[in-house]
Design a protein around this ligand. Structure first.
Ligand code: G3P
Length: 227
């Protein structure tokens, strides 16, 4: 499944509202919003829901994490190969809620790339973003941890973080797409991010916990198209 930019990447995290059957319904709402706006919307459900959702919708599905282990004797790990087999398009790596050592991020990106999986590596600061961009992931998402789940958007509260990450990464790795996340809830938050040079957003509670997730997704997607 191809990914396009701008992108709205919806991290389902482990919210009750986004697991099991509800997760599939949420993914279908994302598929509908993507179809109606023409904007790429990808979803990142919990691991047990990946196969069902990837089989049930025609939008890119991402994992929230992957382990860099090779196929073989490694109990409890999830490999890039198994995600690929499940129909998954890519994975988030190094989320603030699932941090990885820098050498493991590099290894995971390398393993994913050779397995045909896209990677979206999270970073908590612009400098950390530049460091992980040197591993050549498809995307880097900058997220100040203190704004995650706050409803206060990074693009409005910390515009220098978004603009600074775009500048630092594009100087050295022009092919890496820069996203931002944390506290994104409205279309205006997305427009502000796009104006700062971001090529998409990583969002969770603003969609998953919304009273009307389809409406929330439509608002985010409509405002992601640069004017
Ligand atoms: O992965 C996205 C995330 O960390 C942002 O969370 O709830 O602030 O949109 P939220």
């Amino acid at each position: 499944m191809r990914v396009g930019f701008p992108i709205i990447l919806v991290n389902f995290k482990t919210y009750r509202e986004s697991m099991g059957h509800k997760g599939l319904e949420l993914a279908k709402a994302a598929e509908r919003a993507s179809g109606e706006t023409g904007v790429c919307i990808a979803v990142a459900p919990q691991t047990p829901d990946l196969f069902r959702i990837a089989s049930g919708v025609g939008i890119p599905v991402f994992s929230q994490h992957v382990d860099p282990e090779e196929p073989g004797a490694h109990t409890g790990s999830v490999t890039p190969e198994s995600l690929k087999e499940a129909g998954v398009s890519g994975t988030i790596l190094n989320h603030s809620e699932r941090r990885l050592r820098i050498d493991l991020i590099e290894e995971a990106v390398r393993r994913c790339t050779s397995s045909g999986l896209l990677t979206c590596v999270c970073a908590n600061t612009p400098l950390a973003g530049r460091a992980v961009a040197s591993f050549c992931p498809e995307m880097v998402a900058v997220e100040p941890p203190e704004l995650i789940g706050s409803g206060v958007s990074v693009s409005k509260a910390r515009p220098e973080v978004v603009g600074g990450t775009v500048r630092l990464i594009k100087e050295v790795s022009s092919g890496v797409h820069v996203l931002c996340g944390a506290g994104i809830t409205s279309g205006e938050d997305v427009s502000a991010a796009i104006k700062l040079g971001a090529e998409g957003v990583l969002v969770a509670s603003g969609v998953v916990k919304a009273k009307d997730p389809l409406k929330a997704l439509m608002d985010l997607a409509e405002h992601s198209i640069p004017s």
